[in-house]
Design a protein around this ligand. Structure first.
Ligand code: GTP
Ligand code: MG
Length: 372
């Protein structure tokens, strides 16, 4: 389903204590929040804005000779560690479940590194079990939400049963069945109508997710292969391409190092993935596309859910542009640059005028005309 919660999309980082959430948050957002080797180091959530790396934007900025270059951004939220019983208030209790609820997608941080000095809350390194522990808590909490809604619907039905109530009860029963098998709500195949109803319940497990295995040299390779294999059985089929190994600690330590030293370190790691790879993975998981605007002062990239209309896209730039939208002039950004600029592109007939229903394409350069 298209992501419609908000324009500024956010990723909640979720995992056991000491799995490396704050470490990767710091590397992603270039900030410094405490990431220490004791559980529940993070109490309040940390929020950081991350720029989406973008080669097309670089080309646009250099074409426009723009002074300011403003990339599209997404928000990462570093959430407190979650333990068994969290849904009942164990650990840091319920407060951070609300932080997860607000996120558009979940990034599960799964510890696959061994370290004598960093305790694992359950003693043993096993990212597959860790995922089950963490996700079960989210499922348990969702079950509570679901049961409450079912009771409400049963009461409502006493005053007269409608097709809508029937659909809603059936949806919740289907989801409850999946959850009883330990599966997240996200996996349940539903009609568009049922999906929309479920979406409005803000369930914790009805979100697209992706999975980071926090690795380092110390992990035996066969272990890793085995873990990745069994993780595939635990997640939705369409999520198998959304799993990645990252050495989170090294990513943090590389910040500020000279390029040559970075390259040397990277050369030593098999299957190296960087924080930029995490950002790209999040971008793909949210199924985003990027469109562009610009002038000689500023070149902007904006991200929006695939399938969004140009009127919605205007609203990402500014709510006034959406409200007073009349028409949008659109050309592919690279085609415009190739043609020699906006004016030349217009002369060549490359610029198309579109009404509000036009579905924005990845790479569109957009000029919104408004009725003032
Ligand atoms: N050796 C090693 N240590 C790591 C790695 N990633 C994180 N750590 C260490 O593990 C400890 C915990 O990391 P954090 O990032 O604070 O973990 P967290 O998931 O945010 O933990 P909570 O906030 O307590 O939930 C820190 O001392 C990190 O330096 C890694 O890949 N290798
Ligand atoms: Mg933390």
């Amino acid at each position: 389903m298209a992501v419609t919660r908000s324009h500024s999309l956010s990723i909640g980082i979720v995992g056991l204590p000491n799995s490396g959430k704050s470490t990767i948050f710091n590397a992603l957002t270039h900030s410094v929040v405490p990431a220490e080797n004791y559980p529940f180091c993070t109490i309040d959530k940390n929020v950081g804005v991350v720029k989406i790396p973008d080669e097309r934007l670089k080309r646009l900025a250099s074409h426009l000779k723009a002074k300011n270059v403003v990339p599209a951004a997404m928000t990462f939220v570093d959430i407190a560690g979650l333990v068994k019983g969290a849904s009942k208030g164990e650990g840091l209790g319920n407060q951070f479940l609300a932080h997860i609820r607000e996120a558009d997608a979940i990034m599960y941080m799964l510890r696959a590194f061994k370290s004598e000095s960093v305790a694992h809350v359950y003693g043993e390194i096993n990212p597959v079990e860790d995922l089950e522990i963490v996700r079960s808590e989210l499922i348990l909490k969702d079950m509570e939400t679901l049961e409450k809604k079912l009771r409400e619907l049963h009461n409502k039905a006493k005053a007269g049963i409608t097709d809508e109530i029937k659909m809603q009860v059936k949806t919740l029963e289907d989801v409850r069945k999946a959850m009883n098998d330990g599966r997240p709500a996200y996996e349940v195949k539903l009609s568009e109508e049922a999906e929309k109803f479920l979406w409005e319940m803000w369930l914790l497990t009805d979100k697209p997710s992706f999975y980071i295995l926090n690795v380092m040299g110390g992990v035996e390779e066969p272990d890793l292969v085995r873990w990745i294999d069994s993780l595939k059985g635990k997640i939705a089929d369409d999520e198998e391409n959304f799993m990645m190994t990252v050495d989170c600690k090294m990513e943090g330590e590389m910040e500020g190092l000279p390029e040559s030293e970075r390259e040397e370190l990277i050369g030593m790691v098999e299957n190296y993935h960087s924080v930029d790879n995490i950002i790209s993975l999040a971008y793909r998981r949210l199924d985003l596309i990027t469109f562009y605007t610009g002038n000689e002062k500023e070149a902007n990239a904006w991200s929006i859910a695939r399938g969004a209309t140009v009127k919605e896209a205007a609203g990402v730039i500014h709510s006034d542009l959406e409200e007073n939208f009349v028409v949008a002039e659109v050309v592919n950004v690279d085609k415009m640059i190739e043609a020699g600029g906006w004016v030349a592109a217009r002369e060549k007939g490359l610029i198309e005028s579109h009404g509000k229903e036009y579905v924005v394409q990845d790479g569109d350069y957009v000029n919104v005309l408004v009725n003032k």
